[in-house]
Design a protein around this ligand. Structure first.
Ligand code: SAH
Length: 227
């Protein structure tokens, strides 16, 4: 899908800065070519306010209003790579649930990589803004909803992967219950004050999940209820 062609007003400069970002992601260890391509194709500047657009291809988190942030591109690429690589040859990742739509950028990157993306956001204005970005970019394979993600999205589950983009003190059981047998839940786990560990919990029936710790990260908190 060539999103570039759908958006007007993007000069060569943003394309060049985007390619520079990709080189940086590559040198920081992102290997999956489909993920790198998605990071080139999805226009991050369409998910931040115009005043910050010129900084969209720097590898840093940026404010998106309501005290929330769009994640650093490296973290988006890393989490996307973990999602894509979590499948099996006979069971590729098809349906992914994201908790914490925020700007919608992570969902848009995932939508390039898997057939179906579901995303939940507890702050109404962010959820609506993200939906407008999906519409204007004509991204059709994301279903988004303004709702508390604490209980997941049970009538759409189970999912091959759930990705939580806010810091969890512990992983809610309700979310683990919506991961398919052998699937994964990926997200930052740990206290707000000290930062978190990006963790991959692989789920099996009748057994506790097997947890792998991937990197130290810092996310905004996962909060209960709608804002
Ligand atoms: N994935 C986002 C980054 C999100 S920041 C992006 O690509 O821009 C984390 C988001 O999680 C915030 O918008 C916050 O409001 C949301 N959030 C926190 N707790 C939540 C919950 N219980 N349910 C849904 N969203 C939640």
């Amino acid at each position: 899908m060539n999103m570039e062609a759908r958006i007007r007003g993007i000069g060569m400069t943003s394309h060049r800065t985007r390619l520079r970002l990709i080189e940086r992601l590559r040198s920081n260890g992102i290997r999956d070519e489909s993920v790198l391509q998605a990071m080139v194709d999805v226009p991050r500047h369409c998910f931040v306010d115009e005043a910050l657009a010129s900084r969209s291809y720097e590898d840093c988190a940026l404010p998106i209003g309501e005290g929330q942030t769009i994640s650093q591109p490296y973290v988006v690429a890393l989490m996307s790579e973990l999602v894509v690589n979590s499948g099996y040859p006979d069971q590729p990742v098809k349906r992914v649930l994201e908790i914490g739509t925020g700007s919608g950028y992570q969902a848009a990157v995932l939508a390039e990589l898997v057939p179906e993306v579901y995303t939940l956001e507890r702050i109404r204005s962010l959820s609506h803004k993200a939906q407008r970005a999906f519409n204007s970019l004509r991204i059709r394979n994301i279903k988004s909803r303004y709702a508390d993600g604490f209980d997941g999205w049970s009538d759409q589950g189970p999912f091959d992967a759930i990705i939580v983009t806010a810091a969890m003190e512990t992983i809610p059981d309700a979310l683990l219950a919506q991961v398919k047998e052998g699937g994964v839940l990926i997200g930052p786990v740990g206290p707000q004050a000290t930062g978190q560990t990006l963790s991959v919990a692989r789920c099996f029936a009748d057994k506790p999940p097997r947890i792998r710790q991937v990197a130290n990260v810092k996310f905004v908190p996962f909060l209960r209820g709608c804002g």
